[in-house]
Design a protein around this ligand. Structure first.
Ligand code: FAD
Ligand code: MLT
Ligand code: ZN
Length: 473
C-alpha cells in the first residue's frame, strides 16, 4: 500500500475506531461481490459508521484524498451498484449499523428511519404504530431503506402507492465535501425552490450517502382479497385490471402477470410451491385488493368482477385465497420466480416498462422476436403489469449450452431495448443503472437529459469520488 493510502486509512480509523474499519482480506470478502455475482471487486477497506456525522467525516477525508467511495446497503441490487471496482483503491461504506427508527409520528402518518434499516423492519415498525409502509419487494428481508431510496425501488404495490420516490418526505444526506444535508421534514407541502432531495432518489450513491429518511405512512391494511386467475392472454389481463380498478374504487394494490413457465419453474424448484389451479393455462395474474376497513366487501367485489370476466371470455379459471395461509402460498409462488429461474439455469434479464395499455402488444412483438432468434431460450416475461413493468427474462432451454446462450446476451438486449424505445418505454423500470447499464443509459437517454445529469453530478461531486463508474462514467 502506498504512503498516502495508509495515511488515509489511519484518518478513517481515527473516525471509526479500529474495529469498524475492516481491512483484513477475510473481513472484506462479503462486501466485494454483487447479488447476481456479475462483478467481483477489491477494496481498500470497509467502513461501518454508526452515525450520520461519522459518514460525513469519512466523506470529507475521502474527498481530500480523492478516494472513491461505494455505499453499500443490503447488497441485493441487480446492477452491481454496491460493488467496488477491481482497483482495490475504493472505500466501501456499509450502512448496516445505522438501523435505528428515530421517530414514528402516527398522527402525521410518517416515520424517520436510518438508512441501514432493513425494509421488513420498517414495515413492522409502521404496523406496530397501527400504520402501513407499502414498499414491498421479494428482497425485503435484507434490502435496506438507503438502498431502496438510492435505487428508487418499485415492487408489488406501485400501482397503488407509487415507487420509493413517492414515499419520501425528507432526507438526511452526507455530501462528498463532508457537509450534512439535514432535511428530515415531515411536511406534505413545501414549495421552497428546487426539490434537492429528489436528486438523491435513484442516484445509486453517485451524489452522496443517504443516512436517514422521513417516510410516508398509510392506514394499516385490515382486509385483503387475493386471486390467482388464468387469463385468456395479456390483453385480457389489462382489460381485467381496468375493470377491477373501477369496480373496487381503486383498491387494487397488486396486479402481477405470470406466464405458465414461471409456475412450472417455481413448482419444480421451490419447495412447497403448488400450482394453484387444476388445469394448465398460458397466462395468469396474481391480483390483490386491500383496504384499511376490516369489513369492506372486497371479496364480493372481486368475485363479481371475476365472474363477469369469465362470462366475457377474459378469464378461464380463478381461485380466491380463503385464508392467510392460502394468500401467503400465492405470494410465495410469485416472489420465488427469480430464485426458481436462477436454479433452472442461466437467464438474460431485462427490466423494462411500457405504458400499461401497451403491455400486450409489447409481449407479442418481443415474444415473436425471441421465438425466432433465440431458439435455445425460453421466455419468462412476468412482473408488475399493473404499473407497466415487465421482467422480460429469457431462460436457457433445458438442453442449451450455457455459454453459447449467454454469448447472445448483447444481441438480445439490443433487440429488446430497441423495441422498448419504439414503445416509449424504459430500459430500467425499477432496478436502476449501476455499473451494468451505464452504456445502455448513454445509448437511450436523450442527450439533453444526460448533459443535465452530468452537470448535477459535477455540482454535487466535483472530484468524482461518489461511486465512480456507476450510473455515469
Ligand atoms: P444495495 O444493493 O446495497 O445498493 C444499491 C445501490 O444503492 C448501490 O448503487 C449503492 O451504492 C446504493 N446505496 C445503498 N445504500 C445507500 C445509501 N445509504 N446512500 C446512497 N447510496 C446507497 N427491486 C425492485 O425495485 N423491485 C423488486 O420487486 C425487486 N425484487 C427483488 C427481489 C429479489 C429476490 C432480489 C434479490 C432483489 C430485488 N430487487 C427488486 C432489487 C433490490 O432488492 C432493490 O434494488 C433494493 O432497493 C436494493 O436495496 P439494497 O439495500 O440491497 O441496496
Ligand atoms: C421481481 O419483481 O421479482 C424482481 O424485481 C425481479 C427479479 O428478481 O428478477
Ligand atoms: Zn420486480
Amino acid at each position: 500500500m502506498n504512503a498516502p493510502a495508509s495515511e488515509t486509512l489511519q484518518r478513517l480509523a481515527h473516525i471509526l475506531g479500529p474495529h469498524r474499519l475492516l481491512t483484513a482480506a477475510n473481513d472484506l470478502q462479503p462486501f466485494l461481490t454483487d447479488h447476481r455475482a456479475l462483478y467481483r471487486g477489491h477494496a481498500l477497506a470497509v467502513a461501518q459508521p454508526e452515525t450520520a456525522a461519522e459518514v460525513a467525516q469519512l466523506l470529507a477525508v475521502c474527498n481530500q484524498a480523492r478516494i472513491g467511495v461505494v455505499p453499500q446497503g443490503g447488497n441485493t441490487g441487480y446492477c452491481g451498484g454496491a460493488t467496488p471496482d477491481e482497483s482495490g483503491a475504493q472505500l466501501v461504506v456499509s450502512l448496516a449499523r445505522m438501523k435505528r427508527i428515530r421517530a414514528i409520528d402516527a398522527l402525521n402518518y410518517s416515520l424517520v428511519a436510518e438508512a441501514g434499516c432493513v425494509l421488513a423492519d420498517v414495515q413492522r415498525a409502521a404496523e406496530d404504530a397501527d400504520r402501513y409502509f407499502p414498499l414491498s419487494l421479494g428482497s425485503e428481508g435484507s434490502c435496506q431503506i438507503g438502498g431502496n431510496l438510492s435505487t428508487n425501488a418499485g415492487g408489488v404495490h406501485v400501482l397503488r402507492y407509487g415507487m420509493m420516490r413517492e414515499l419520501v418526505l425528507g432526507l438526511e444526506v452526507a455530501l462528498p465535501d463532508g457537509r450534512l444535508l439535514s432535511s428530515l421534514t415531515r411536511l406534505r407541502k413545501d414549495n421552497t425552490g428546487y426539490d434537492i432531495k429528489a436528486l438523491f432518489l435513484g442516484a445509486e450513491g453517485s451524489l452522496g450517502i443517504i443516512t436517514a429518511a422521513s417516510l410516508k405512512l398509510f392506514p394499516r391494511i385490515r382486509a385483503t382479497a387475493t386471486t390467482f386467475a388464468a387469463v385468456r392472454d395479456p390483453r385480457a389481463a389489462i382489460e381485467l385490471l381496468a375493470r377491477l380498478r373501477a369496480a373496487s374504487a381503486d383498491r387494487v394494490s397488486s396486479f402481477e402477470l405470470i406466464p405458465r413457465l414461471a409456475v412450472e419453474l417455481t413448482v419444480r424448484h421451490i419447495q412447497g410451491v403448488r400450482d394453484p389451479l387444476q388445469a394448465s393455462h398460458s397466462w395468469y395474474v396474481l391480483c390483490e385488493l386491500s383496504s384499511s376497513r376490516a369489513h369492506d366487501a372486497l371479496e364480493t367485489m372481486l368475485s363479481e368482477c371475476l365472474e363477469q370476466a369469465l362470462t366475457d371470455g377474459l378469464l378461464a379459471d380463478a381461485v380466491l385465497a380463503r385464508n392467510e395461509r392460502e394468500r401467503a402460498a400465492l405470494w410465495t409462488l410469485r416472489e420465488s420466480i427469480p430464485e426458481a429461474q436462477r436454479r433452472d439455469g442461466a437467464s438474460l434479464k431485462h427490466d423494462i416498462s411500457v405504458p400499461v395499455a401497451a403491455i400486450a402488444e409489447f409481449i407479442e412483438r418481443a415474444g415473436n422476436w425471441v421465438r425466432e432468434h433465440v431458439p435455445d431460450g425460453r421466455l419468462v416475461a412476468y412482473g408488475h403489469a399493473g404499473d407497466g413493468n415487465l421482467h422480460f427474462n429469457i431462460n436457457q432451454a433445458p438442453d442449451a449450452d450455457r455459454s453459447a446462450f449467454l454469448a447472445r446476451g448483447d444481441t438480445v438486449k439490443r433487440a429488446i431495448h430497441d423495441l422498448v424505445r419504439d414503445f416509449d418505454g424504459s430500459i430500467s423500470a425499477e432496478h436502476g443503472i449501476g455499473r451494468l447499464k451505464v452504456a445502455e443509459l448513454e445509448r437511450y437517454a436523450p442527450a439533453v437529459e444526460l448533459d443535465l445529469m452530468r452537470a448535477v453530478k459535477h455540482a454535487f461531486d466535483p472530484n468524482g469520488i461518489m461511486n465512480p463508474g456507476k450510473v455515469l462514467r
